[in-house]
Design a protein around this ligand. Structure first.
Ligand code: S3P
Length: 177
């Protein structure tokens, strides 16, 4: 297995925010699978869904996973909420699930200063009832695939960053963390 940290979890649970805070504190690079897809395609995720459909987006996730397996080491990788389904997920690094209840995630999105933008960029969150259904479908799979489950509910970013540093200290080659 590669020396990477793979952050998985439901939309809006805070993977990107945590990844950036972790990088700032440790100096470990982080990349985001949605960002990689958007820059390769020169299109926003939302546009890819609208123009080519979800199945094309899933293919792009698989291409991205193959590239990560071939090319990325000693990094933290934050994944789109459905990325865990790529077939080589177990080869990419240590998988950490950011876990929280659907209600906590949804309230967090609604109360964010840029709530509208955060909801708008996520096509699978356009209807909360459907998002909740998706959450229920995925909950078990997320937990099964994870090497570690990191609960984030009601914790500050700082607390979660510190826990993540502790969890990952033997999994990333960086002398000073
Ligand atoms: C998706 C999650 C999104 C993005 C796409 C599909 C999903 O990423 O990859 O809209 O299937 O859960 P975030 O988890 O960063 O919102």
């Amino acid at each position: 297995m590669k020396q990477n940290i793979i952050l998985i979890g439901f939309m809006g649970v805070g993977k990107g925010t945590l990844a950036r805070a972790y990088s700032q504190k440790t100096g470990v690079y982080n990349i985001d699978t949605d960002d990689l897809i958007e820059s390769k395609e020169n299109k926003k995720v939302k546009k890819i869904f609208a123009e080519f459909g979800e199945s094309r987006f899933r293919e792009l996730e698989q291409e991205t996973a193959t590239w990560i397996e071939d090319s990325i080491e000693n990094s933290l990788i934050s994944c789109g909420g459905g990325f865990y389904k790529v077939k080589n997920i177990n080869k990419l690094g240590k998988i950490i699930l950011l876990d929280a209840s659907f209600e906590w995630i949804y309230n967090g999105l609604l109360n964010a200063p840029n709530a509208k933008k955060k909801l708008k960029k996520r096509p699978l969150f356009s209807e909360p009832e459907k998002a909740k259904e998706l959450y229920n479908q995925r909950e078990k799979d997320y937990k099964e695939i994870a090497d570690v489950i990191l609960s984030v509910e009601n914790k500050t970013i700082d607390e979660v960053v510190n826990e993540l540093i502790e969890i990952s200290k033997n999994d990333i080659n960086k002398k000073d963390i």
